[in-house]
Design a protein around this ligand. Sequence first.
Ligand SMILES: [Zn+2]
Length: 66
Amino acid sequence: MPTYELTCRACGTRFERFLARLLRDEDKVCPSCGSTDVQQGVGGGFAVRPSSSGGGGGCVSHGGFS
Ligand SMILES: [Zn+2]
């Protein structure tokens, strides 16, 4: 389920919406101050993720062990 991260530009409150559909304008309402001046997609937290280094060494212990 997509998560929409929103930031109220009026009071700076950050909140999230879990919607099984696209985000609509009626969803862009600040829960704190009720402002509709809400920005979607806060800087940071979307694209860059720390790549989990899985399998970088050579420790492949994957054999028949029964
Ligand atoms: Zn607000």
